[in-house]
Ligand binder design. Structure first.
Ligand SMILES: C[S@@+](CC[C@H](N)C(=O)[O-])C[C@H]1O[C@@H](n2cnc3c(N)ncnc32)[C@H](O)[C@@H]1O
Length: 429
């Protein structure tokens, strides 16, 4: 199958084929995305103690290969997200000024979701969906670390959202694909390469595109992307979709001051991996359904916890599968296979309310915690390893801050802050 791969690469890159083969020998440049909802870029960049360089995306920076980014404090604090440059570009296309409801249909591990959430207003709501349960768990953890709260995370098929048909302002479909653009990272793709797989991917993409189409309201935007060069999954996929739906139109967009006529492709020749993107608008009214909102609940134990620990006048309290969720806006009812409704507040365990880590990561609540404790660098290093702290504070739950960034909570009792940092996140090195 290797022969077919190189034949198609030659067909695609034509005169640049030899150059592409050269580029394939070098490693991809590593980069990270600045999660600007936590602090402005200058503040975050000042906290970075390794070398970095600008890219064409003002929020993405290259960094040196030797850095283990997942072990840095800026990563732990959710201030950066490792992401290859080309993968960050589709989210730049959308006009987010009037988006109230967005959906990312294939969201895990969450790169594009984090990109687009950085551009949406905090009053907008985004549904981050991932069909694969294990990958959806990674998505939950990435969005929690990044501090978002205007998100509902679901683990559904893309055809399970028909009750939102005609209601969505922005649909992002970063489709499962044959992944030709990822071969530097996953060279095994070449060995498994086949036309049958490309055709199967194309068929699946066209089915998901149909779901995307139905969800869009009039004027709604669709961003379709893949990380492959295959024409069947990219240009042809989009052209076929436009033929099936005459009310969908390609729209011009700009990336780094260059204008594109509705579609763009970044490749090894741009010193990136591979990313195809198309930007489309729905011009006609769709078949809109009445969106139903989820019923709020009331529970004295939970409400007493909120009263004692948060300065919040208005909030919505929800319950799903025994877990409690808090939102600052009314949420759509998405029925089953919902992993998170906005902020995971916590659970009632043995007749006591136990808060969740997410409650203390959500940026929207940064100024709402009643008890706050600021850690020194030494205390922070100890806490993320799972140690308890000595602190002369009154008993109760505390939002823990490091360098003015909230990152966790602890329970103060008799001069100690007991460690509540999730075991899976603790530093063992
Ligand atoms: C390219 S990845 C998404 C990457 C993600 N958008 C990001 O930026 O981090 C495509 C995703 O589609 C999911 N997927 C696979 N089959 C699918 C299907 N039939 N419907 C919807 N999603 C599917 C995969 O599990 C995978 O997480």
């Amino acid at each position: 199958m290797e022969t077919l791969f190189y034949e198609r690469l030659k067909e695609y890159f034509k005169d640049d084929y030899d150059l592409v083969l050269e580029k394939l020998k070098s490693e991809s440049k590593k980069s990270f995305f600045i999660n600007g909802i936590k602090a402005n870029s200058d503040v975050i960049l000042k906290m970075i103690d390794f070398n970095y360089q600008k890219t064409i995306n003002p929020k993405v920076y290259y960094y040196d290969d030797e850095v283990s980014i997942g072990k840095t404090k800026v990563y732990e604090l959710g201030l950066i997200y490792p992401q290859e440059l080309s993968a960050s570009l589709p989210a730049l296309i959308a006009d987010t000024s009037d988006v109230h409801l967005a959906i990312d249909l294939a969201s895990a591990p969450g790169g594009k979701t984090i990109n687009i959430l950085n551009r949406l207003s905090e009053n907008a709501l985004l549904i981050a969906n991932e069909i694969d349960y294990k990958r959806a768990q990674v998505l939950v953890s990435n969005l929690e670390r990044s501090g978002f709260s205007n998100v509902i995370i679901t683990n559904k098929k893309t055809s399970d959202f028909h009750h939102l048909d005609g209601s969505v302002d922005l649909v992002i479909l970063d489709a499962p694909c044959s992944g030709e653009g990822m071969i530097k990272k996953y060279p095994e793709i070449i060995k498994e390469y086949s036309l049958a797989n490309i055709n199967q991917c194309a068929k699946r993409q066209s089915e998901i595109l149909e779901d995307a189409y139905r969800l869009l309201k009039k004027g709604g935007q669709l961003i379709y992307s893949t990380c492959t060069f295959a024409y069947e999954e990219d240009e042809k996929q989009v052209q076929d979709f436009l033929k099936r739906h005459r009310d969908m139109k390609l729209k011009k967009f700009k990336i780094a001051d260059k204008e594109y006529e509705g579609m763009a492709k970044f490749t090894f020749l741009d010193d990136m991996e591979g990313q195809f993107m198309a930007y489309m608008i729905k011009e006609e009214e769709g078949e809109a359904r009445q969106v139903k909102y989820k019923k709020t609940v009331s529970n004295k134990l939970v409400e007493d916890f909120i009263k004692d620990n948060l300065n919040l006048d208005n909030y919505y309290l929800y319950e799903q599968n025994g877990h409690y969720y808090l939102s600052l806006q009314a949420l759509i009812d998405l029925k089953d296979h919902v992993l998170r409704y906005a902020i995971y507040l916590g659970d009632i365990i043995k007749n006591r309310f136990e808060p969740s880590h997410h409650l203390y990561r959500a940026i929207a609540l940064k100024d709402s915690y009643k008890n706050v404790y600021h850690l020194s660098e030494e205390e922070y290093d100890a806490y993320v390893k799972g140690l308890e702290l000595d602190a002369d504070v009154k008993n109760g739950y505390y939002a823990l801050f490091y360098k003015d960034m909230q990152f966790a909570y602890g329970k103060a009792s008799n001069g100690k802050i007991k460690n509540k940092y999730p075991k899976g996140l603790r530093k063992t090195y």
